[in-house]
Design a protein around this ligand. Structure first.
Ligand code: 5GP
Length: 119
């Protein structure tokens, strides 16, 4: 299924690229939720975390490794960041192409976990 992200991968929609290799693309989110907000996506069109297959696990691992490197490159590795995946309607997933949000560069409000979360 064609999505906005598949169009970004094929180049028919531009993006502000942060990283690219044969398997993974990372670019700045068009509506940043934090001073640093990068989307990390596989070029393989996996609709969501629900469709990740066992053979995709090296790819998922590589996406984490790319996130780690981008956090370092953008200077937020030490101050901290979140790596977020939205999966399905309750999460608010809007684009049906697997992606991680890498957000940081400011104190992030607690959603789950963290020192200021509610019981
Ligand atoms: P989701 O809600 O699916 O987890 O996140 C989708 C993200 O994609 C949103 O944060 C949204 O701002 C971002 N986004 C949607 N369309 C575009 C686009 O055309 N370019 C870029 N760079 N980001 C987009």
């Amino acid at each position: 299924m064609e999505t906005i992200f598949s169009k970004i991968i094929e180049g028919s929609i531009p993006c502000n690229k942060v990283f690219e290799n044969e398997r993974i693309l990372a670019f700045y989110d068009i509506e940043p939720a934090a001073p640093v907000h990068v989307l990390i996506i596989p070029k393989k069109p996996i609709p969501s975390m629900n469709e990740v297959a066992p053979e995709d696990l090296p790819l998922i691992g590589e996406m984490h490794s790319v996130a780690q490197q981008i956090a370092k490159d953008l200077g937020i590795a030490e101050t901290g960041y979140r790596l977020i995946n939205n999966c399905g309607p309750d999460s608010g997933q809007a684009v049906s192409h697997l992606h991680y949000h890498l957000v940081g560069g400011a104190k992030l409000g607690a959603l789950v976990g963290g020192s200021s979360s509610h019981a």
